[in-house]
Design a protein around this ligand. Structure first.
Ligand SMILES: Cc1cc2nc3c(=O)[nH]c(=O)nc-3n(C[C@H](O)[C@H](O)[C@H](O)COP(=O)(O)OP(=O)(O)OC[C@H]3O[C@@H](n4cnc5c(N)ncnc54)[C@H](O)[C@@H]3O)c2cc1C
Length: 307
């Protein structure tokens, strides 16, 4: 099921159909704040009232023309302007293929630098999401180019990739903040652990390393991006055993997923940041959410029929 949904996430035909379908839009609305930055800012404000911080994501990926990539960068700069104008604090998350990575690395650096620069102007942080393994090495190249000029930039590491252990060491050496997640793409067994249990174990091992004193002192601040209660409990246990202050790491979860758990953790004094996506290019993002939990499909279908 997971592979099927991830395959469908690449379908242009379905993407075009879904962008016109009211039913598909309603279903995706569970995971997306809305089509405009105004709706995203409303979601950010609402999260704030529940003790949650946020990272804003303007949906889009795999742009094919330079014009689309430049427009995407301008949309991000506009979103940052809107945050500043509204007096609302939020990090931002970007996908490099939205900003031209599939076109040219130098061109992508130019675009993402515009976003990083505006984020720095307004005193906020830019997280580079990690996409499929076709882009991992180039994503790290863009990251190191950016880090020469901007210290408000961090990265994502996917626990399913075998290479991630050495990438984590490189991030600790360079003192770069890391969001650690399991990984959302369809990767071959030559590159990624095929068994969920191994991915989970690697995520726990990498969490231990990123919460070590060496990593924390270096500035490789950990954001633990998961809804998996077992991994969340393992993180809480490690932090408690090693007397690590709650301010030195945070949990992150996606908009619309495990909202009760988000609030419980926040009420218990943990930092919890919600990833708030908005925009009209929701199709591949939505399909990845269905791939993570095919039960979502039945949930959606039953709700549609009920309504
Ligand atoms: C803040 C954040 C940022 C992310 N950024 C990236 C990124 O840059 N690159 C990348 O490859 N991946 C990213 N991901 C996705 C991540 O890799 C996983 O695919 C996703 O988080 C599901 O894994 P899990 O850790 O929640 O554990 P799972 O074992 O998949 O799920 C644990 C439990 O969480 C709940 N759950 C998980 N997913 C869903 C869902 N879609 N719908 C409903 N319930 C669900 C279910 O109760 C499930 O039993 C990000 C995730 C988060 C939370």
């Amino acid at each position: 099921m997971r592979s099927l949904f991830l395959l469908l996430s690449k379908s242009r035909l379905l993407k075009e159909w879904s962008s016109r379908s009211r039913i598909a839009q309603t279903a995706a609305g569970r995971f997306v704040a809305g089509p405009t930055v105004g709706e995203a800012i409303a979601a950010i404000i609402s999260a704030g009232t529940r003790g949650l911080t946020t990272t804003l994501d303007h949906l889009g990926e795999n742009t094919e023309t330079e014009e689309q990539a430049r427009t995407a960068a301008s949309d991000y700069v506009y979103a940052l302007d809107c945050l500043a104008e509204a007096g609302v604090q939020s990090h931002v998350s970007v996908k490099l293929t939205q900003l031209g990575l599939a076109i040219d690395t130098a061109f992508c650096i130019e675009n993402v630098s515009r976003v990083a620069s505006r984020a720095r102007d307004i005193g906020t942080f830019l997280r580079i999401d990690m996409e499929s393994s076709a882009y991992t090495t180039r994503t790290f190249e863009v990251l190191s180019a950016l880090r020469e000029r901007f210290d408000n930039v961090g990265i994502v590491i996917q626990a399913y990739l075998y290479r991630s252990q050495s990438d984590v060491e490189a991030m600790i050496s360079a003192g770069i903040p890391v969001r650690l997640c399991k990984g959302a793409y369809d990767e071959p067994p030559s590159l990624a652990y095929p068994n969920k249990a191994d991915v989970d174990q690697n995520m726990v091992d990498l969490m231990h390393r990123l919460l070590s004193e060496e990593a924390r002192l270096a500035g490789a601040r950990l954001a633990m991006a998961t809804h998996d209660e077992k991994i969340i409990e393992a993180t809480k246990a490690f932090v408690s055993t090693h007397a690590i202050p709650k301010e030195e790491f945070e949990f992150q979860m996606l908009y619309g997923i495990r909202t009760g758990l988000q609030e419980t953790l926040a009420n218990d004094g943990y930092g919890v940041r919600v990833y708030v996506p908005y925009g009209t290019e929701w199709y591949p993002y939505y399909l990845r959410r269905l791939a993570e939990r095919p039960a979502n499909v039945w949930f959606i279908l039953s709700n549609l029929f009920r309504n």
